[in-house]
Design a protein around this ligand. Structure first.
Ligand SMILES: [Zn+2]
Length: 53
């Protein structure tokens, strides 16, 4: 089971989390679901911390 660190969505199916993405911020690994990854792709590419989204 993985949990999206942004929206809190939980997914039991490992295959469904393949499109999820992870980002390391200040040494902490954060996990984002496919929806949040798409929504915040621009911010992620800008290497902005999620606190600034
Ligand atoms: Zn999410």
């Amino acid at each position: 089971m993985r949990t999206c660190d942004f929206c809190g969505r939980q997914e039991d199916d490992e295959a469904a989390t393949l499109s999820w993405s992870t980002a390391v911020e200040r040494g902490r690994t954060r996990v984002f679901c496919d929806t949040c990854s798409r929504e915040h792709l621009r911010a992620m590419e800008g290497k902005l911390d999620s606190e600034w989204w």
